[in-house]
Design a protein around this ligand. Structure first.
Ligand code: UGA
Length: 432
């Protein structure tokens, strides 16, 4: 099939590359010329394991093309995927759909024969109706159909999630369109992926509800971890004990710092706004947002407690500063509030992240990037393990930290409490 993917961000690039790898002819379009030139040269704008090899392979075999020419790309394609960003509005909580609507306007100028327009961007309920309205101002409704096909790709696992999705959601009531998309996804459904056809609005709400539910699950276990810390119970026992109940499920029950990233914070806020718009008070999700906001302050308080409120001149090392492991994404990482708060109190921060130095911290004199773990931790009074990269799982702290009175605050519970006790290391973790 001939596909055009508009927007080479996370969702667009991964989907485009994987669809081409499944045998389709794919043109990935972006208005950012340097990004497109880089992609043609195999330079990938994001860190995503395995993506570069797939880009290079499919670009070489010519199934995958990169272009800045929207018009030409749309005219050559049967299915157009809208994959542009829907960030939170600058002054508000709802999603800013201006990029999606601009693309819809552009598409409306170019449709001459039947096109399927698929929204993969995360668009609030009724977003698809609006896209349809914009296009139908210039094009007969017989010549296009607008579908919602939300994406459930996790950063760092995106390629695996694309090839082995738990489900494929197709929101359309247009039979012919549904059949075409069933065919497009046949290589995945034949390997066991479930294909669910719903109304467009249901598909839009499935996306938001999934992310809000997962955010709720994490927030729930984080709050139970707070209780565990007071009553000397290990949160890992609770996660295992409740997760084995199939109705609950064991995934997304790892207590840690505040959840972050480009999706959960943005989508929970947008869902509450949709609720308000339709006069429905989504109290659970509102509490989740509030609890997660408090979590970074709670983590900071624990750091202050560990250092007995003597922060001035303390050497604090962060291992991992992105919002989670296996990504270079800093969006809504809890480090963005914790690190400035600590330097304000006089701390000296060293950090190491496997994805390199972060521009967010360059403006701070007392925040230094070390390009290896040993250098980062050697002078530390406190080491904060902020993300669970494999690189952080086998560190010989006793040997590599020169300051003998160091402590560790393991926000991802990577290490065993008992083993740390045996080594006489002052070790603090979550929910313990
Ligand atoms: C999330 C969803 O998992 C994807 O299904 C969805 O497609 C994507 O958002 C999106 O809407 O595009 P992602 O933001 O990449 O994916 O990251 P997750 O792996 O879901 O992690 C989100 C946050 O929750 C991170 O801060 C992570 O550290 C935290 N988390 C996750 C926990 O604290 N505990 C857990 O058990 C799991």
């Amino acid at each position: 099939m001939k596909l055009c993917i508009i927007g080479t961000g996370y969702v667009g690039l991964v989907s485009g590359v994987c669809f081409s790898d499944l045998g389709n002819d794919v043109i990935c379009v972006d208005k950012d010329l340097s990004k497109i030139e880089n992609l043609k040269n195999g330079i990938i704008p994001i860190y995503e394991p395995g993506l570069d090899e797939l880009v290079i392979k499919n670009y070489k075999n010519k199934r995958l093309k990169f272009s800045t020419n929207l018009k030409d790309s749309i005219l050559k394609s049967d299915i157009i995927f809208i994959c542009v960003g829907t960030p939170t509005k600058k002054n508000g909580n709802d999603a800013d759909l201006s990029q999606v609507y601009n693309v819809a306007k552009e598409i409306s100028k170019l449709v001459k024969k039947f096109k399927i327009i698929v929204t993969k961007s995360t668009v609030p309920v009724t977003g698809g109706d609006e896209i349809e309205k914009i296009i139908s101002k210039k094009v007969s409704k017989k010549l296009f159909s607008v579908v919602s096909n939300p994406e459930f790709l996790r950063e760092g696992e995106a390629i695996r999630d694309f090839y082995k999705p738990d489900r494929i959601i197709i929101g359309t009531s247009h039979k012919k369109t549904n059949n075409v998309l069933k065919n497009l996804y046949a290589p995945l459904t034949s390997r066991g992926a479930k294909y669910i056809n719903t109304s467009r609005k249901a598909a839009e709400l499935i996306k938001y509800s999934s992310n809000a539910f997962l955010a709720t699950k994490i927030t729930f276990i984080n709050e139970i971890a707070n209780l565990c810390e007071k009553i000397n119970v290990n949160i890992e026992d609770i996660s295992i004990g409740i997760g084995l109940d199939k109705r609950i499920g064991s995934r997304f029950l790892r207590a840690g710092p505040a959840y972050g990233g480009s999706c959960f914070p943005k989508d929970t806020k947008a869902l509450v706004t949709t609720g308000d718009k339709f006069k429905t008070n989504l109290t659970v999700i509102k509490s989740v947002i509030k609890s997660n906001k408090n979590r970074s302050s709670l983590m900071l308080k624990r750091v202050f407690d560990i250092l007995k409120n003597k922060i001035n001149n303390k050497n604090i090392c962060f291992l991992g500063v992105t919002f989670k492991a296996n990504t270079d994404d800093m969006r809504d990482s809890s480090c963005l509030s914790m690190i400035p708060a600590l330097i304000k109190k006089g701390a000296k921060i060293n950090y190491f992240d496997p994805t390199g130095e972060k521009s967010d911290f360059k403006k701070f004199k007392n925040v230094i990037f070390s390009n290896n773990i040993k250098d980062a931790i050697k002078k530390s009074d406190l080491i904060i393990i902020h993300t669970e990269w494999n690189d952080f799982k086998t560190i010989n702290f006793k040997k590599d930290v020169k300051n003998k009175k160091f402590s560790i605050f393991d926000m991802r519970n990577i290490y065993s409490v008992n083993k740390m006790k045996d080594q006489k290391i002052k070790y603090f973790s979550i929910g313990n």
